[in-house]
Design a protein around this ligand. Structure first.
Ligand SMILES: [Zn+2]
Length: 273
């Protein structure tokens, strides 16, 4: 994890206790493979698994504050040939060799800078993510447009292909991971369900799922990794199911059929049905 992220985590974690009396519970999930080229190449397929990120939830007095760390792009045009020339002697194979020995990690920060990328921290708010930074011991909002790795990819499709191609050609592990991701229909099922409920009328009452929720009753996929849970009729009975099983077994949405719940920092919120 970068130094900035560490200092942010220290301040964020310390602040609620200083602001208010009582203790706070903190949950942190952090991941950084320190390989931004792999993150970009995989994101081009919609696979977020190599993107460095952290999620910090601070629960205090029943309220949750959520912070998310992600790379942010400043809008400069990426030049992958130049990156390979400057850091890997112009040979994309040397990049994969460097990865093999872990040498690429030490250059990751410089490569990110060359591509106009840096780590940023966002606070989740009702109006969407808000960029924040640590100023001495407080957290302050920072204005400005937010651009993710996905914006970089959308804006420079041909250029990004320059870095995707060697990954597919040389790195068998990468190719297999992406293929498995594409063949897995869970992300697709969740996108379909999101589209299905996009125009659903707003719920009259705010209600959260009250019971325990571990895994899909049909396929046993853990809900912790998913966006949606459907509490629905699947023919013989009612069950808590994932978006994929809803596609296969669900009988529809609405009273008596099924309700869709979405994962939020406060819990599983009923969003449709
Ligand atoms: Zn399922």
């Amino acid at each position: 994890m970068s130094r900035t992220a560490k200092s942010f985590l220290r301040t964020a974690a310390a602040s609620p206790a200083e602001r208010k009396p009582g203790s706070a519970t903190i949950e942190l999930i952090a991941y950084s493979p320190e390989d931004i080229l792999r993150a970009i190449a995989s994101s081009a397929f919609g696979f977020p698994g190599y993107v460095p990120t952290f999620r910090l939830d601070i629960v205090h007095d029943g309220e949750t504050e959520r912070f998310i760390g992600l790379p942010e792009w400043d809008g400069t045009k990426p030049d992958f040939a130049k990156v390979i020339a400057q850091h890997f002697n112009g040979d994309d194979f040397s990049y994969f060799l460097a990865c093999h020995f872990g040498e690429n990690r030490t250059m990751n920060r410089d490569i990110m800078t060359d591509l106009g990328l840096r780590y940023s921290v966002f606070r989740e708010t009702d109006a969407g993510p808000e960029r924040v930074r640590v100023q001495s011991s407080i957290i302050v909002p920072v204005k400005g447009e937010i651009r993710s790795i996905n914006h970089l990819i959308d804006a420079h499709v041909d250029e990004v292909h320059q870095i995707v191609a060697p990954f597919k050609r040389i790195d068998q592990g990468f190719a297999q991971t992406i293929q498995a991701f594409i063949n897995n229909d869970m992300p697709l099922a969740e996108r379909r369900l999101a589209e299905l409920i996009a125009d659903a009328p707003a719920q009259e009452e705010v209600s959260y799922w009250m019971g325990d929720l571990d895994a899909c009753d049909v396929c046993e996929h853990p809900f912790a990794l998913l966006r949606f849970m459907v509490d629905g009729d699947i023919g013989p009975c009612c069950a808590n199911i994932c978006a994929r099983c809803f596609n296969q077994h669900g009988v529809g949405l609405g009273t008596g059929y099924g309700q869709v719940y979405e994962s939020t920092p406060e819990g599983w919120l009923c969003v449709a049905g």
